[in-house]
Design a protein around this ligand. Sequence first.
Ligand code: MG
Ligand code: MG
Length: 265
Amino acid sequence: MIIGKSKKEIDKMRTAGQLTGLVLQELKGLAQPGVTTIEIDRAAEKMIRAAGGLPTFKGYHGFPYSICASVNEQVVHGFPSDYELKDGDIFSIDCGVTLEGFVGDTATTVLVGKVSETWRALVRATEECLDLAIEQCRPGKHLGDIGAAVQQHAEAHGYSVVREYVGHGIGRRMHEDPQIPNYGRPGQGPKIKAGYVFAVEPMINLGTHHTKVLADGWTVVTLDGKPSAHVEHTIAITEAGPEVLTRVSSEQAQMVASTTRLAPK
Ligand code: MG
Ligand code: MG
């Protein structure tokens, strides 16, 4: 069952979403060559707790960390580790924050140092897929319109769309109905209504769409070892159209970080 949210609930989700977006912006800034992904995880947990939130991922079905840290061929759910980011990596950070009972969920893929044009283009197209998907998040559209927008754009560029992992409804729990695949047919599936809140998250691969899970039981990698990009926003559907709850401008993020306890050590 898809749980519609009241205006009041969406106000709370906006606050949670903005915090999640700010944390992600900060983490993005930390993702430099020579930094380990576990350092970024620790910074995330510290920032989230300092702001009065809870790292939603930590303990979720036993997931042991505050962020998912997926480098290069890792698609999603990567474990932060002592891996040092290096020039040319693409690094996806996925972050969830619970604040006053509501969850924000957002992800970005960071270009670390000087990244090849082929890989940059993959990340760019993945971001475009998300923008196109967000445009479909309007009352009267169908769930299939979201997936179709992602799939058409990705495949038009010669990329493939991951099938096994999908976006989702979000609210008091991180994963609510419905599932939101990144593929589909226009006009298919349930109608989108005002008050729904969705986490839309294209996962786009340079090569095959097939994936496998590593021995840690979580980290998803592409089957062919080619890179994958992942971006995500939490979006409220309003009568006026989509409102991206986790989007913050980098200027806003910088200002908040420099003037509040969100600033990492
Ligand atoms: Mg996420
Ligand atoms: Mg998600």
